[in-house]
Design a binder for this molecule. Structure first.
Ligand SMILES: O=C(O)CC[C@@H](O)C(=O)O
Ligand SMILES: [Zn+2]
Length: 541
């Protein structure tokens, strides 16, 4: 297969995967992802709604530390942790109520280091009962809680904004059951995604999701944020693959929806409420998930295109010719390639092009898959849709090529301060936003890059500047959100809203929909102790 480019169209195929392999790392070393929620809400005299903790006075400017995130509202009047509270936590968690400031430092700050809380307590329960005891207590004391998984989130959803207690799921990392016939895995929320993948691969299965942050992110955080990732095109979103959840509600009640059935039409599907709620409605403690069989044959192709139009045509061709074996169709532009080269020293595996495509096929018959891929590549090249490319079938080479896509986020952090936009759009409009933004910003930005999940209509537009730059931010927003709303896109395709994007929800959701979200929040967490300042806007329209 690797020889196809030389054989058929005399394009240059460069197999330099060996050099790439050593640099593959993803976001493995960072301790990071989110689980999370929001405050209760009150009707203001004006008729609008205000989110906040149970209180007499709304938007009290409290004393205490200010968050580094400029976008945070004032601290809500939650209680502050006392010595009695600490005594309760220590007794309940036996050595796992952490107050050591060094230990707390990394849990207080997000992966991008753009949101920094000042929590003085990190709780590390080992089981559902302990989570329940902790939440029942916090609710009765009106103490705010930020659930935290791997803390790899990109919207400031998994860290405290002020002094919220951090409730980490890291020690809840047991696999509870795996059914080798149905492929249904049941595990605690704190299992690291990569560990689950390794466990399943030994049993000839895989996880239905895969992300660059797999080495740190936890399944509970993945579900709480409805993480998308690289396999969504093939296996769908977590709203489809998650079969059951166990959730501890704000008042400590344990909601057992940990079903392992594919079909269950008995009443409302409550688990869906918690998928993507960012820990604002409850703390996910266990997950059951439907896992696909491990494909017997996997190929990866890295291609170069001259125009975005050609890239889209390649996508169309690919869907038609690869059909059921297509498992990912990702893209990056030449600016991403420049950052990978400059900051991570990852060499371009093919010749320089304006656009690059990563295509993965996963199937059960190497000969059949190879033939299909061969036919597709031949057609893509003879019709001049792609100008260069390379193919990998060996695992280490596949990983190395994947790193060209997975490590863009990391490369961006070396380029300066990052402004991140995670946009869903009709696929044919995706790159126009990048082009328009470049033109709109002129030389105000250091880099404007576009990459993402073409197969899912999801653009990652990232803009960098040498340092945090309010004038640049003013030029980007609301331009980017208005542009997206005009195309009926979503301002957050897969990263969630967290702290950073919560007030932009109206660009993608109607006021009725947001009001109903507020009602649901008030039912499940009337005091608003779960992940305050996240997901829902500060005020309802
Ligand atoms: O850094 C980003 O903006 C995107 C991160 C992630 O969703 C990806 O697809 O690589
Ligand atoms: Zn993504």
């Amino acid at each position: 297969m690797a020889g196809i480019f030389q054989r058929s169209v005399k394009l240059r195929t460069v197999l330099r995967h060996q050099r790439l392999h050593r640099t593959f790392s993803s976001r493995k070393t960072a301790r990071l992802s989110a689980v999370g929620l929001c405050g209760s809400f009150h009707k203001l005299p004006s008729g609008s709604w205000q989110f906040g903790a149970t209180c007499q006075k709304l938007h009290t400017v409290a004393d205490g530390p200010k968050p580094s995130a400029a976008e945070a509202p004032d601290r809500l009047p939650f209680s502050r942790v006392t010595q009695e509270d600490l005594a309760f936590f220590r007794k309940t968690l036996l050595g796992r109520a952490i107050t050591d400031s060094d230990f707390l430092e990394s849990s207080n700050v997000d992966w991008l280091k753009s949101v920094k809380g000042s929590s003085e307590v990190l709780l590390r329960p080992q089981n559902t009962k302990e989570v329940s005891q902790v939440l029942r207590y916090c609710n009765s004391r009106n103490l705010a809680v930020t659930p935290q998984g791997g803390n790899t989130g990109l919207v400031g959803g998994s860290v405290p904004v002020y002094d919220e207690i951090i409730l980490s799921t890291a020690l809840m990392n047991n696999i509870l059951a795996f059914d080798n016939i149905s492929g249904i895995l049941t595990c605690q929320a704190g299992c690291v995604l990569e560990n689950l993948s390794l466990y399943l691969e030994e049993r000839d299965y895989i996880m239905p999701l895969d992300l660059g942050a797999k080495g740190s992110c936890q399944i509970g955080g993945n579900v709480a944020t409805n993480a998308g990732g690289l396999r969504l095109l093939r296996y769908g979103s977590l709203h489809g693959t998650v079969l059951g959840l166990e959730v501890v509600l704000a008042d400590g009640r344990v909601l057992d929806c940990l079903s392992t059935l594919r079909k269950d039409n008995t009443g409302y599907d409550l688990k869906q409420l918690f998928i993507g709620s960012e820990g604002t409605l409850g703390v996910i403690t266990a997950v059951s998930i439907l896992c696909p069989r491990k494909p017997k044959s996997v190929n990866l192709v890295f291609l170069g295109c001259e125009t975005f139009e050609q890239l889209l045509k390649t996508f169309q061709l690919c869907r038609g010719m690869l059909g059921e074996i297509l498992s990912a169709f990702e893209f990056l532009d030449s600016e991403c390639m420049r950052l990978l080269n400059t900051h991570l020293k990852l060499p371009n595996p093919i010749s320089d092009c304006p656009f690059y495509i990563v295509i993965e096929t996963s199937g059960s018959n190497p000969t059949h898959d190879g033939q299909k891929l061969h036919n597709f590549l031949e057609e893509a090249m003879t019709s001049s849709l792609v100008t260069d490319g390379t193919v990998a079938t060996e695992e280490s080479k596949i990983k190395a090529l994947w790193s060209m896509r997975e490590r863009i986020t990391e490369a961006l952090t070396h380029d300066g301060f990052n402004y991140k936009y995670d946009i869903s759009l009709p696929v044919e409009r995706i790159y126009q936003l990048v082009t328009d933004m470049r033109e709109h910003l002129g030389d105000q930005a250091k880099s404007v890059v576009g990459y993402g999940h073409i197969g899912d209509g999801n653009l990652h537009l990232n803009i960098t500047s040498p340092a945090k730059d309010p004038a640049l931010l003013g030029a980007i927003e609301p331009f980017v959100y208005e542009w997206t709303a005009r195309c009926k896109g979503s301002i957050s395709a897969e990263h969630g809203l967290g702290l950073k994007k919560r007030n932009y929800i109206y660009y993608s959701k109607s006021s009725q929909a947001v009001a109903l979200m507020g009602n649901i929040k008030a039912i499940l967490d009337p005091k608003g102790i779960l992940n305050p300042y996240k997901t829902l806007p500060d005020a309802l329209k």
